[in-house]
Design a protein around this ligand. Structure first.
Ligand code: CO
Length: 208
């Protein structure tokens, strides 16, 4: 059996670094969490939200899956969203995608990968929606644009949930953001698709 020695050593060093600066850090944090952000990101090991945006423990509630999808039948993602906005009352929902996303790349091709094809199908649907806009692009430009469009679609999916619509109806402040991260230089970019209220939802998806 391989023991995870390195992992435990790293953990002890990390705890020491934090408690050297603030001996009460963990005792305080254990009492409560009040994160301002829900972050929906990709599972890719190169896009860890806490490092990218320099969050401390307690500052961000996180949901990650392959290609940062918000699927309207995904009880896991919806439960995270509901808990974050209703109980924790986060002020921002951030959907963060990234260039070079393996899930998006796979969805652009026709190779079968097994079970995951059903998950990637959601990205193929995004591709189909923007097919005309993308058809004349070079492969790399198409790949980058689909990574962006995928984020924009997931922002729409977040906004279309009754969960977010109900928060807006109650008059509470909540902004849904679409960001993209570049794994080649570490830079995070705002895609400019921020949503702050019911007027930004298409009438077909508005719920009474
Ligand atoms: Co990815």
């Amino acid at each position: 059996m391989q023991v995870l020695t390195e992992l435990f050593e790293k953990n002890q060093n990390w705890v020491k670094n934090i408690t050297d600066k603030d001996p009460q850090f963990f005792t305080q944090l254990a009492k409560d969490q009040k994160p301002e952000y829900l972050w929906v990101g990709c599972s890719d090991s190169r896009v860890p939200p806490s490092q990218i945006a320099n969050f401390l423990p307690g500052e961000v509630f996180v949901h990650r899956n392959i290609a940062n999808l918000v699927v309207h039948t995904d009880l896991n993602c919806l439960s995270v969203l509901q808990y974050a906005v209703e109980v924790l009352q986060v002020k921002h929902v951030v959907v963060c995608g990234h260039y070079g996303c393996g899930g998006v790349k796979a969805a652009l091709g026709d190779h079968q990968y097994g079970l995951i094809d059903n998950w990637l199908r959601n990205i193929k649907d995004v591709h189909r929606r923007y097919a005309t806009e993308m058809e004349n692009l070079e492969e790399d430009a198409k790949f980058r644009l689909l990574c962006e469009k995928n984020v924009i679609e997931q922002v729409t999916n977040v906004c279309n949930t009754t969960i977010v619509q109900n928060v807006w109806k109650s008059g509470k402040e909540l902004t849904v953001h679409g960001l993209i991260y570049d794994i080649e230089d570490g830079i995070l970019k705002d895609l400019g698709v921020n949503a702050t209220g019911l007027e930004q939802i298409e009438s077909t998806h508005k719920m009474a």
